[in-house]
Design a protein around this ligand. Structure first.
Ligand code: PHE
Length: 452
């Protein structure tokens, strides 16, 4: 895409925006990360805090971020600069955009490694090794896989090349068509797994784990993980939804589209949780298994159900598609910036950012094997990158967006941009974005630091 077209390009319709935004939201965060974090953090209470964060903080910030993007109509860094000028305030606001570019880059570096696992499992699940596999063998297979830097590295490479290839061809187009069939297919696949889980013998226990809050199991640090997961899963606080908003035609309702995307994202996460935890309990596994959770439990289900290899292949293929529509969003702010400001063509911008991201991803690859003992304050490289991005950079980026939209931008501007028919809805949004979201994030930070 040339620069000219990039700046002025628009989605072909509201549906196209919704598909792209849900493509960015729905990804590994829902299917891989949500279950593993819920498992690590004691279940129900974590899920409740996550849902609360989505509603009270995620909704207003998603609307705010999309709105800023549509008004600025450029990459996040330039959008923030332009809007700050328009509001006659400090140009330092463009650092919000920078924070997002860096966060997206760091997230993609590990995201690609995990998406590589899904690609590898797409090929593996078809093997006889998985037929009627039990929990112990499934765990062993995953452990062996994880122990090989070569395998992880190769799949990480494949995934990164695929992402950068798609990004180099521009944001709309092929992806739009892909998401149109991928989203419903993913939903259907999760429902198949849910029905299987219902009959697995662990359904009651699984549901109780996910939905019976036991606050004694949730620490202050766990509350921050839940908040971070809300930002991560919705894809907020780093400018990718801002970029997507910048392609949004001005007559589309931002609020309605955002609510739809949030509802879809939350539904997919919950359906994934409902599919996985019954299997965990039915097979005597521990919910607190860490990042391997779905890779160790789901193959047991696929190994047992008739035609499971086929379902398994479909499932991992869908995870791959869900991941790639998110990774495109993760790197888009960086690519958009390079092509706007550095006058680089899109291909070159993709090549450089992809290569740098690939190198950074090796840190995650090695965290699971060669460097698994290289820890600082008890965290591996992967755990650091994950914590810094999801728990610090995204919430801070989100609060900056909320403060800008609620306090800095004039009410006349935000009102005319949002065009909410009911003035009460606008008031409600304003209260959420001005007070609830920033204070909510601040309280969670204080709680996690043990200051509450
Ligand atoms: N929301 C994506 C997921 O859940 C990840 C993502 C984060 C995408 C931030 C864009 C921005 O997998």
């Amino acid at each position: 895409m040339t620069e000219q077209r990039f700046v002025h390009a628009q989605w072909s319709s509201r549906l196209a925006f919704i598909l792209a935004a849900s493509g960015s939201a729905i990804g590994l965060g829902n299917i891989w990360k949500f279950p593993y974090l819920a498992g690590d953090n004691g279940g129900g209470a974590f899920v409740l805090v996550y849902l609360l964060s989505v509603v009270a903080i995620g909704i207003p910030i998603m609307i705010a971020e999309t709105m800023l993007g549509r008004r600025g109509r450029q990459s996040p860094i330039n959008t923030m600069r332009t809007l700050a000028e328009e509001a006659k305030t400090s140009p330092l606001w463009c650092y919000t955009g920078w924070l997002g570019v860096i966060a997206g880059f760091l997230i993609l570096s590990y995201y690609s490694v995990i998406a590589g696992w899904a690609m590898a499992y797409f090929f593996k699940i078809n093997s006889a090794l998985f037929e009627h596999i039990d929990a112990a063998s499934s765990t062993r297979l995953f452990e062996n896989f994880k122990a090989s830097p070569e395998f992880l590295g190769i799949w990480h490479t494949f995934f990164m090349v695929a992402t950068m290839f798609i990004v180099s061809r521009g944001v709309s187009g092929g992806l739009e068509r892909l998401s149109r069939f991928m989203m419903p297919a993913l939903l259907l696949m999760l429902l198949v797994l849910d029905v299987y889980a219902m009959n697995s013998g662990g359904f009651g226990q699984g549901l109780a784990f996910l939905f019976n809050p036991d606050f004694s199991k949730l620490t202050g640090a766990g509350v921050l993980v839940a908040l971070g997961q809300a930002f991560f899963s919705l894809g907020l606080g780093m400018g990718s939804i801002m970029v997507y908003g910048s392609y949004l035609p001005s007559d589309v309702s931002i609020a309605r589209s955002s609510l739809f995307v949030i509802a879809a994202d939350t539904l997919v996460a919950l359906l994934a949780g409902v599919a996985i935890f019954p299997l965990v309990f039915a097979n005597g596994l521990s919910p607190a298994m860490g990042p391997g959770l779905i890779f160790e439990t789901l193959p047991i289900a696929f190994g047992q159900m008739p035609g499971g290899w086929l379902f398994g292949m479909m499932f991992f293929a869908l995870i791959f598609f869900a991941a790639i529509t998110s990774s495109v969003a993760l790197i888009e702010p960086a690519v958009a910036f390079l092509s706007e400001n550095k006058r680089m063509d899109r291909e070159k911008a993709c090549l450089y950012s992809g290569l740098a991201c690939w190198v950074a991803g090796l840190g995650t690859v090695f965290s699971f094997n060669l460097w698994s003992d290289v820890k600082w304050l008890d965290k591996t490289v992967y755990e650091w990158v994950d914590m810094l991005t999801a728990e610090i950079m995204l919430p801070i980026g989100g609060v900056l967006v909320a403060v800008f939209a609620g306090w800095i931008m004039s009410k006349a501007d935000s009102e005319s941009e949002l065009k909410l028919q009911n003035p009460r809805h606008y008031q409600a949004w304003l209260i959420l974005v001005r007070y609830v979201a920033p204070l909510g994030v601040a309280l969670v930070f204080l709680d996690a630091m043990g200051l509450l």
